[in-house]
Design a protein around this ligand. Structure first.
Ligand code: ADP
Ligand code: ZN
Ligand code: ZN
Length: 831
């Protein structure tokens, strides 16, 4: 034993991008031993012919028990691309969220570092189709036929062939069945951005006399003279001789309308020299403010957070809308960065393009990296490299930024911690970034600050049970007041004929008053499109998606009906296909219809709309946002996009068109969500001294939740909800896991789900198994869906043991002939 410890490690466990539960062990050839370590990318052979890129997860001296090892073929990097803390984090995530380590790796690495875009698929020469061991579905057969014609297909070819966004699951299934092999061509993908520049060559850049002589020489060539003058204007080498070193973008001359050929001549003559530099894809922002002065209330909150951190790893800042949480974050971030540690600030998806980022950039300038989901892959790689090189010690980013290669985090802040967009639905890993961030911070021995005006009940529960620290800030910055709430009774208005185009009299009056005062209005409705669906007045027929069990949403602008789940589109029929009647009406209200109604009710107002449909392009969101904040829009209609983090000074009226729709969503968090959404959107009103008013339209004005919202009775609402959750076994009192079973044949799907459910019931741990039941949407993209919902006792390590049992069961089911082509999707802590 003693001797072994001194031996170099000769085996490495490799994380591979394949659907297998564990790492694979390979042998380290002796010539590679000195240069290999955790986090290096390596190339290995997998199966008979497949060559894959993987990452070294572990090095050791134990050969595997049950298979012969193959040697590692090559090491790709001099330095590891991921650090040991990341690998620990990945392993935790795979285990906690019941997925494969390779899936976590796929989510974690920007594809520029994955080297797998050029993956090719080929037939497995050892596959014998005559054995017909497994049933193949239609798309699998199409793919196999094509592979007989062409010896190989790229992933992209497969997607095109099958008309899919990603053929991954089909290829994966064929790999499992042994019918195809995946071959990866190794090719670096990251390409830095190169800029062409020019600068004065010597002697002109050093000797003023030479430069003057040059001017005399060029006086007869005005076009060339112009270029030289432009250069000296942009690069003041008389005052700052060193500025010549960095030169000037070549493009500047062309943009200024100067002659390209004259520039060429000057380069040819040796007046200028051309060179290339690698530039950042991000505009450098100058630092314009460093000193933050907190108000007394903010200072108290800041001190409280710091003292909580002495005994607690995680603290919640419960600060109402407009209390200035951002300023407190900035102060904390500054302290942590001064101590030499890194900081990660997580923001929900949409908040990123807006004010908070600009605000932080003013303070942190080029030390701050921004990680946005709409960035191109190259931009992501750049943030990744920026952290490795130490350029960025602060990153502001969306949920996937928890995967960046931090090595010394001191603080993670999760802003708007209650936001459901922190949860990743698809594909695996189906993680909750807030929860994962707390784990990540723990691995770094760092602190986590959760911030929200409307904390999630789960986080608040953790405060009440003393797991997290708690700090409240219940005053708005600068003495601004919270808005006043009004309830508008829709049914009463309807009876009295006061309801016009979905707007109650009260809401119409308030909007008109705001317009008269030249103030702005936000109208919130959590449903995009014109109206949810079209329905025949005679027979009740409604159009449905051909691939999913949902009705199609009517979009007036494009004159079509769309499936919001799979994107299927159809033309609006002229007459009812069921009875021939031409009385087809629209039912329900979407943002697009509200926009139209508003323009009829307030013809003089300038109206804009913000929802998924109007913000598809990269900068659309920014544009609408700027129009509104610039005062070019009076009324902004939108979905939950308008509820998040916006800080406008001139908004005084907020209308919530249909509060009931949120309440009756079939989900145990529906009440909590309604409270959060209404409070958040209400918080956009009256932020700078002007008093705000919020009008909530409902058919049930007597429900207690409305009194709780309007009276700011958060704690009362919380206690009431917790009572319910305890009684009916919902989080945080149990751990929930959802297993979704999918197959294109509804009977197979149901049979598999029943079988699985029985096996789960047999696990001898305390739990409740619900289902299988048809999914809320029973058919999606031609797959029939059954769901099993499990509530597991959360004492001790029962959830962990349960999950590992569950994974074994599902793995075994995958080898059962009847269920091979069935997909089982495990979602831990589902939303
Ligand atoms: P929250 O995120 O808590 O809703 P914000 O951070 O958006 O609140 O702050 C509300 C407004 O008050 C913003 O316009 C912000 O710039 C301003 N503000 C908050 N604190 C300060 C401060 N200490 N000094 C100057 N302005 C502040
Ligand atoms: Zn569909
Ligand atoms: Zn009809």
């Amino acid at each position: 034993m003693y001797e072994q410890e001194n031996q170099p490690a000769n085996f490495a466990d490799i994380i591979l991008p394949v659907p297998i539960p564990n790492m694979f062990t390979y042998e380290i050839p002796s010539d590679l031993m000195p240069s290999i370590g955790i986090g290096h990318r390596v190339i290995v052979q997998f199966g008979q012919k497949k060559v894959l890129t993987g990452i070294v997860g572990k090095v050791h001296q134990r050969p595997p028990q049950d298979y012969e090892t193959k040697p590692i073929l090559e090491i790709l990097d001099d330095h590891p691309v991921v650090n040991p803390l990341q690998i620990k984090f990945w392993s935790w995530m795979a285990e906690y969220y019941c997925c494969h380590l390779g899936e976590v790796m796929n989510a974690a690495l920007p594809s520029g570092l994955k080297l797998s875009s050029e993956s090719n698929v080929q037939l497995n020469p050892e596959y014998d189709p005559s054995l017909k061991n497994y049933p193949m579905d239609d798309r699998e057969i199409i793919l196999l036929e094509k592979l007989k014609e062409k010896s190989e297909l790229s992933y992209e070819d497969c997607n095109k062939l099958l008309g899919l966004k990603s053929a991954y699951t089909i290829i994966k299934s064929l790999v499992i069945k042994g019918a195809v092999l995946v071959y990866e061509q190794v090719k670096e993908k990251y390409s830095p951005k190169i800029e062409n520049r020019i600068r004065l060559s010597s002697p002109y850049c050093e000797d003023k006399k030479e430069l003057e002589a040059l001017f005399t020489l060029l006086s007869k060539r005005p076009k060339q003279e112009d270029i030289l003058l432009k250069y000296l204007q942009e690069v003041p080498i008389y005052k700052q001789p060193e500025a010549n070193e960095k030169g000037l973008r070549k493009q500047v001359f062309l943009e200024a309308g100067l002659s390209g050929s004259s520039l060429k001549t000057l380069i040819g003559k040796g007046v200028f020299e051309e060179f290339e530099i690698i530039v950042s894809r991000f505009e450098q922002q100058p630092v314009t403010q460093t000193e933050i002065i907190l108000s007394d209330g903010q200072q108290e909150a800041f001190d409280s957070i710091k003292s909580q951190f002495e005994s607690k790893q995680t603290t919640l800042l419960h600060g109402i809308t407009g209390s200035g949480k951002t300023e407190i974050y900035i102060k904390l971030i500054q302290e942590v960065m001064e101590s030499g540690s890194q900081v990660l600030l997580l923001l929900p998806e949409i908040a990123l393009t807006t004010q908070i980022v600009e605000r932080l950039q003013k303070v942190f300038g080029s030390e701050m990296g921004v990680f946005h989901s709409r960035y191109s892959d190259n931009e992501r790689v750049e943030v990744w490299q920026g952290i490795l090189s130490g350029k960025y010690s602060l990153v502001v980013g969306v949920r996937s930024s928890i995967f960046l290669p931090f090595d010394s985090l001191g603080l993670i802040i999760v802003d708007e911690e209650h936001e459901s967009s922190y949860k990743q639905f698809d594909p695996a890993p189906r993680f909750q970034a807030r929860d994962a961030a707390i784990m990540l911070a723990w691995l770094h021995q760092a602190k986590t600050l959760l911030g929200s005006a409307t904390p999630s009940f789960e986080s608040y529960y953790n405060c009440r049970t003393d797991k997290y620290g708690y700090t409240s800030l219940f005053q708005r910055f600068g003495g601004a007041e919270l808005p006043t709430y009004h309830i508008a009774d829709l049914l009463a208005d309807r009876k009295k004929n006061l309801l016009k185009l979905d707007f109650s009299r009260l809401l119409r009056e308030k909007i008109q008053e705001a317009l008269n005062r030249q103030e702005q209005v936000l109208i919130f409705q959590n449903r995009r499109g014109y109206s949810p669906f079209i329905s025949c007045e005679e027979c009740g027929w409604t159009p449905e998606c051909e691939h999913c069990d949902v009705s199609l949403t009517y979009h007036q602008y494009s004159e079509e009906m769309r499936c919001h789940y799979c994107g299927f589109k159809d033309k609006v029929p002229k007459a009812c296909p069921a009875c021939g009647s031409n009385k087809l009406n629209t039912v329900g209200v979407g943002t697009e219809r509200l926009e139209e109604s508003l323009s009829l009710l307030f013809p003089e107002a300038r109206i804009a709309r913000m929802d998924l449909d109007t913000t598809k392009s990269k900068y659309a969101y920014q544009r609408i946002f700027e129009e509104f904040s610039g005062g070019n829009v009076d009324i902004l209609v939108g979905t939950q996009m308008i509820t998040k983090g916006l800080d406008f000074g001139n908004v005084t009226v907020v209308g919530i068109v249909d509060a009931d729709r949120m309440l009756y969503f079939p989900d145990f968090r529906a009440t909590e969500r309604t409270y959060q959404q209404i409070t958040q959107v209400a918080g956009r009103a009256g932020r700078r001294g002007k008093k705000g008013e919020v009008i909530i339209q409902t058919r049930k004005p007597d429900l207690p939740i409305f009194t709780q919202i309007t009276g700011h009775l958060f704690h009362e609402l919380y206690l009431q909800e917790m009572g319910e959750r305890k009684r009916f076994f919902y989080p945080p009192f149990v751990k929930t896991i959802k297993v979704t079973v999918k197959h294109k044949d509804g009977r197979v799907s149901e049979r598999a789900a029943r079988h699985l459910s029985n096996l789960i019931k047999d696990i001898s741990l305390k739990k409740i198994v619900l289902g299988p039941e048809k999914g809320l949407i029973a058919k999606l993209r031609n797959q029939y869906i059954y769901e099993i919902y499990i509530k597991v006792d959360r004492t001790g390590n029962i959830p962990a043991i349960f999950k590992s049992e569950l994974q074994k069961i599902i793995f075994n089911l995958g080898t059962n002939k009847d269920f091979r082509s069935v997909r089982f999707v495990v979602d831990v802590d589902p939303y």
